[in-house]
Design a protein around this ligand. Structure first.
Ligand code: CUA
Length: 417
């Protein structure tokens, strides 16, 4: 028994109201969300959004036609008291031909649009900036081979230039994704994936958030990254800054540095071995055993970390500042085993992010925390509290560094602009 027309209208209006609420709620999110895909800030995201809109409106059209015909028939041909047995039909050739050909044409149209978008997305780039992206558990390494730059978790992209990404991984499968710009391409050990896109002009440096989009173990959820899209001149200035070596703090003399080296011979040796293995893994892929070997299934096994250094550094020269103390601690506490700093001869580690210009980055901890002294202290005090399961936390547990040491390391790292 059908509900009366009046009751049916009431039900329909309630349904329409609910639909409008959902649609309007989505509108608010669509333009505010930091990681929305409904964005035309990049060539790739823009092409994909256009294709998405074509599919969406085609689906809306199909829905309206099919459901409209259904609802119309239900109303128009509903059973009335005076009706007898309706006309009995078997098949209707014209209608059957129509509903076979119409969807076939629609699918053909959508397939053509898809192939068109795909060919645009893989079109060869013009005068590209090349970026090598290396996925690590759980951070991103970015190399600019043409500029001899290595950085981590923060990409700089000149606006309106083709960017050619080569995507590699040293451990497990990650996925590289800046939803506002485009992408979402798997980052696979032992295989190089390619991705091209262009970030559209912004006129000033703009920060755009990205994310690892493939479950890769313990702290996958905290494997974020940022892209700074900026005018060419601003990008060029960044390149020059990144090419410079890190300054050695005043008060660190050749002699003092030499003494500290002798004191941490063990940590230094481990660091070198670790560097060699990581380098080989990055080049040759998963075939070469590296410090991350064995992490490819569960991600539970940490890479071989240098043992905590126990040597005491020589007293600093008169007039040495807090940064000099931080520099010394960076070595004696074993940080050099995992992190590289250009211009710091003992800091050659490749397991963790390159810190040569960490002070100039907007974020720390794989894009997770803003780069403020408070956040750096919090991270150094107890990495596991910020990012449970991360590899640094295997060595640097709460209490590994005392508050004075945290203060000195924070000051030193902040000075690495
Ligand atoms: Cu890397 Cu998820």
């Amino acid at each position: 028994m059908l509900p009366s027309p009046k009751r049916l209208w009431r039900l329909l209006s309630i349904f329409a109201l609910l639909l409008a609420m959902v649609a309007l709620a989505a509108c608010g999110q669509m333009y505010e969300a930091p990681q929305t895909m409904f964005s035309r800030q990049g060539s790739s995201s823009s092409e994909i959004l256009t294709l998405y809109n074509v599919f969406f409106w085609a689906a809306v059209g199909v829905f309206v036609v099919v459901e409209g015909a259904l609802v119309y028939s239900v109303f128009r041909y509903r059973r009335r008291p005076e009706d007898g047995i309706p006309v009995q039909l078997h098949g209707n050739q014209p209608i059957e031909i129509a509903w076979t050909i119409a969807p076939a044409l629609l699918v053909l149209f959508l397939a053509t649009m898809t192939f068109r978008t795909q060919s645009v997305l893989v079109a060869p780039s013009q005068d590209p900036v090349r970026v090598r992206v290396i996925g690590h558990q759980w951070w991103w390494e970015f190399q600019y081979p043409d500029y001899n730059i290595v950085t981590a978790n923060e990409l700089h992209l000149p606006e309106n230039r083709d960017i050619e990404f080569a995507l590699e991984s040293v451990d497990v499968v990650h996925a590289f994704w800046f939803p506002r710009l485009g992408g979402k391409t798997d980052v696979i050990p032992g295989h190089t994936n390619r991705l091209n896109f262009r970030a559209f002009p912004t006129g000033e440096p703009v920060l755009i958030r990205g994310e690892c989009a493939e479950f890769c173990g313990g702290t996958h959820a905290q494997m974020a990254m940022w892209a700074v899209v900026e005018p060419q001149a601003s990008f060029d200035a960044w390149v020059r800054q990144q090419q410079a070596e890190a300054p050695v703090p005043a008060g660190i003399t050749q002699a003092a540095a030499g003494t500290a080296t002798a004191g941490t011979a063990t940590a230094g040796a481990t660091a070198t071995a670790g560097t060699a293995a990581t380098g080989a893994t990055a080049t040759a892929g998963a075939d070469t055993p590296g410090p991350n070997e064995g992490t490819d299934t569960s991600g539970e096994t940490a890479p071989t970390l240098p043992p905590p250094a126990t040597a005491q550094a020589e007293p600093l020269a008169q007039g040495a500042g807090i940064e000099a103390r931080g520099y010394q601690l960076f070595q004696t506490k074993g940080c050099v085993g995992c992190h590289a700093i250009a211009g710091f001869p003992e800091a050659q580690g490749r397991i963790g992010p390159d810190l040569t210009h960490v002070g100039s980055r907007q974020h720390i901890v794989a894009g997770w925390l803003e780069n403020t002294p408070d956040n750096m202290r919090r991270w150094l005090r107890d990495p596991n509290e910020v990012k449970p399961d991360n590899y640094m936390g295997a060595v640097v547990k709460r209490g590994y560094l005392n508050e004075d040491e945290i203060e000195a390391l924070t000051a030193y790292l902040a000075s690495l602009k």
